[in-house]
Write a protein that binds this ligand. Structure first.
Ligand SMILES: Cc1cc2nc3c(=O)[nH]c(=O)nc-3n(C[C@H](O)[C@H](O)[C@H](O)COP(=O)(O)OP(=O)(O)OC[C@H]3O[C@@H](n4cnc5c(N)ncnc54)[C@H](O)[C@@H]3O)c2cc1C
Length: 385
């Protein structure tokens, strides 16, 4: 029977980062099992690639403080580009309560060591993006080290180096069952059984199904998110940051020769819905033209728009660490829209917990533990896009 020191279920950006960080910690007998014929067919390949440290809670900010510098140094360390573009995230406030919210978050961000973040006036916002309708803008916030990465390139970079160091990747191999075997596990896969002492669930939106194979109840729900790329458009600069209209959550960033438009439709309901809904285009264009009047002239090819799944948890924070009652079964799930930006920190945290039982990436990793739901100790993140 095949044996692995650590078996990672799911070969997306999170599984790949965990594999790399484990090999970095000296653990070589790592096996990633991925059911698709190639990596990135889950949420990773659908992502907007945004990275930011402008969050409202300590664990999310601290995970970004590990991940963003990691992305900046990615090519130097791994020999593969992350395509990190520090063009910033600019939150645009239209109500006094938005400004208070941004100021409160910024105090926490700065206390944890985030530099390059500050409040900006309406004039500064308009200077950065003159095409915005600004009559109702009160100000906002900007962090210059926030920006974008290429999730696919990052995933491939992590996997390639982990593989060079001895980690294995089995593609087209579904995990179908997990059984206790003494102090370890026997895992059924499409390529036959694997014996291991340590399993990491990195199955993205399918995390709940994988956890249930080990008898773990994991509150992760898939939620469809849709993105609309525009055709080439040069009436707005391609050097602008990610712009977030706090009035309704509409946000956009430059992508290739056009722009990538995003909006969280509040009427969306959980489920494995991966088809793009064409009526979404009209809804998002209405919000786009409201904030950026020249976007009225955007050309859209509906065939290029896509949908993917967020992996939502009840408190919009990821679930990291050992599952209570199932020794050796670790979770790296429920990123609630932040799995690309937090993949480096997640890899480091999981490798730390597996090899040493503790981590310094966040002050208190137990607040992210799967045990928090049964104890009723939920976190609260409001800066969710
Ligand atoms: C439209 C959209 C926009 C987003 N924008 C951003 C963003 O701007 N910034 C950001 O940080 N995040 C963003 N996200 C979220 C981010 O993409 C995810 O959080 C992240 O990709 C999760 O990575 P993962 O590796 O955990 O999951 P996935 O990439 O889904 O990988 C999980 C893998 O597990 C495999 N798998 C599942 N079950 C099994 C099984 N039984 N056996 C074997 N393999 C299995 C799947 O095939 C899959 O490849 C976005 C997501 C969407 C949908």
């Amino acid at each position: 029977m095949e044996t692995a020191d650590v078996l990672i279920i799911g070969g997306g950006i999170v599984g790949a980062s965990i594999a790399w960080h484990l090999t970095e910690a000296g653990c070589r007998n790592v096996l990633i099992v991925e059911r698709e014929s190639h990596q990135g067919k889950g949420s990773t390949g659908k992502s907007m690639g945004g990275v930011r440290a402008q969050f409202a809670t300590k664990p999310n900010i601290q995970m970004s403080l590990y991940s963003i510098p990691f992305y900046a140094a990615f090519e130097e360390r791994l020999g593969q580009p992350s395509d990190y573009r520090p063009q910033g995230y600019m939150f645009v406030a239209t109500k006094p309560s938005h400004l208070e919210y941004l100021k409160t978050n910024q105090a926490l961000q700065k206390s944890l060591g985030l530099k390059n973040v500050g409040m900006v006036s309406r004039e500064e916002i308009v200077e950065r993006v003159p095409q915005l309708r600004s009559d109702d803008i009160l100000g906002g916030s900007f962090c210059s080290t926030d920006g974008f990465v290429d999730p696919n390139s990052v995933m491939v970079g992590f996997t390639t180096v982990a593989h060079d160091r001895g980690a294995k990747l089995w593609r087209s191999t579904e995990v179908t069952a997990i059984r206790r075997n003494g102090s370890g596990f026997e895992v059924d896969t499409a390529r036959g059984p694997v014996s291991t002492k340590t399993i990491v669930n990195a199955a993205g939106p399918w995390a709940r199904e994988v956890a249930s194979m080990a008898g773990v109840d994991l509150p992760v729900e898939p939620l469809r998110r849709m993105l609309v790329p525009t055709e080439p458009f040069d009436s707005v600069s391609h050097a602008i940051p990610m712009v977030i209209d706090m009035t309704n959550g509409f946000h956009f960033r430059p992508e290739s020769l056009g722009f990538l438009l995003a909006w969280n439709d509040p009427t969306e309901t959980p489920g494995f819905k991966e088809a793009f809904e064409p009526t979404f285009i009209e809804k998002i264009l209405e919000r786009a033209a409201d904030r950026v009047p020249c976007f009225e002239n955007l050309a859209i090819n509906p065939k290029r728009a896509w949908a993917g799944l967020y992996e939502m948890t009840p408190d919009h924070h990821c679930i990291l660490g050992p599952a209570p009652g199932v020794e050796g079964f670790f979770c790296a799930n429920g990123f609630s829209g932040h799995g690309v930006m937090h993949a480096p920190a997640t890899g480091k945290i999981l490798a730390d917990l597996i090899t040493t039982g503790k981590t310094a990436v966040v002050d208190d990793v137990t607040v992210l533990s799967p045990a928090r739901f049964a104890k009723g100790e939920l976190l609260h993140e409001t800066a969710v896009l």
